[in-house]
Design a protein around this ligand. Structure first.
Ligand code: ADP
Length: 275
């Protein structure tokens, strides 16, 4: 099977001279069609930078990105390619507040060759798909946070992209709305075959995917298929500062513990101590 997404030696440096930041450092990774991949890692490790380069929202300093075999740097009409191939979902939904849900979903369809009637039909179809078939005429202000994010998912699907790129899609949602968005992404992946790459620091999100890439300092330091949640807890622990401390790679100080690490530790110890 040929890769849908392929980066080779991808490097991104922001700024120059003494203030230069190497946000991505020689990243080579491939994603096959139909995969559901999470990118995890501490804040500032380059997750969003990688996602933006995969979606041609920014240009690399060195290296290349190929989507379905096409080198993005060589494309003549990058906007058209992006509109047709990639759908984006961000932490903040970025809907236009004065437009209805249906009109927001129609926005990316302009200039893609469909007429007004087709656009309306497709927007209604997509909003049905995300469970908002009854709220086509609602403006973002009349919808809950979870519903707004559903509209954003429908908008991302407007041009039937092969790839969905999501940056902390549950980051601004309460846990139930977050679960619903996750279930929706999972369904889109399984039933429609959409390839999804999601940046997240949320274990629940990561565990609903099938593969996790862990980044640190602009590099991918771990890339594995998800087998079982217990193993994943151990990997999460091992990658954390607390895990590093427990394994003797780091001095153990109480201030290494944050809430997320405590939760993981309690869960892991609980599993270990069960007969
Ligand atoms: P993450 O998504 O993992 O939090 P980012 O990809 O946003 O990390 O950032 C990686 C590094 O690049 C960070 O050090 C960040 O401060 C820096 N960075 C990101 N965007 C810019 C930018 N536009 N200009 C300068 N530095 C940036």
């Amino acid at each position: 099977m040929s890769a849908l997404i392929e980066t080779s030696h991808l490097t991104k440096i922001y700024g120059s001279g003494e203030t230069a930041v190497r946000a991505l450092d020689d990243v080579s990774v491939t994603v096959q069609p139909g995969e559901f991949v999470a990118i995890m890692g501490p804040s500032g490790c380059g997750k969003s930078t990688l996602l933006n380069l995969l979606g041609a929202l920014d240009l690399p300093t060195a290296g290349e990105v190929r989507i379905a075999g096409e080198n993005l740097a060589r494309l003549k009409d990058i906007d058209r390619f992006r509109a047709r191939t990639v759908g984006f979902i961000f932490q903040l939904h970025n809907l236009i507040p004065t437009l209805t849900a249906a009109e927001n979903v129609e926005v990316p369809m302009y200039g893609q060759g469909s007429d007004g009637r087709e656009r309306k039909q497709r927007a209604a179809h997509l909003l049905h798909l995300v469970g908002l078939g009854e709220r086509l005429q609602a403006t973002p202000g009349q919808l809950s946070g979870g519903q707004r994010q559903r509209v954003a998912v429908a908008r991302a699907l407007a041009n039937s992209p092969a790839i969905l790129l999501a940056d902390e899609p549950t980051g601004s949602l309460d846990s139930q709305s977050g679960e619903e968005i996750l279930a929706l992404l999972d369904e889109l992946n399984r039933e429609q075959g959409v390839t999804i790459v999601v940046v997240t620091h949320d274990r629940r999100v990561a565990q609903s995917t099938r593969r996790i890439l862990r980044m640190r300092d602009g590099r991918i330091v771990d890339d594995h298929l998800l087998s079982d949640p217990y193993e994943e807890d151990l990997r999460t622990l091992a990658a954390s500062r607390l895990g590093q401390a427990l394994m003797g790679h780091n001095e153990l100080h109480a201030d290494y513990l944050n809430e997320a690490e405590k939760t993981v530790l309690v869960q892991v110890l609980d599993r270990i101590h069960k007969p």
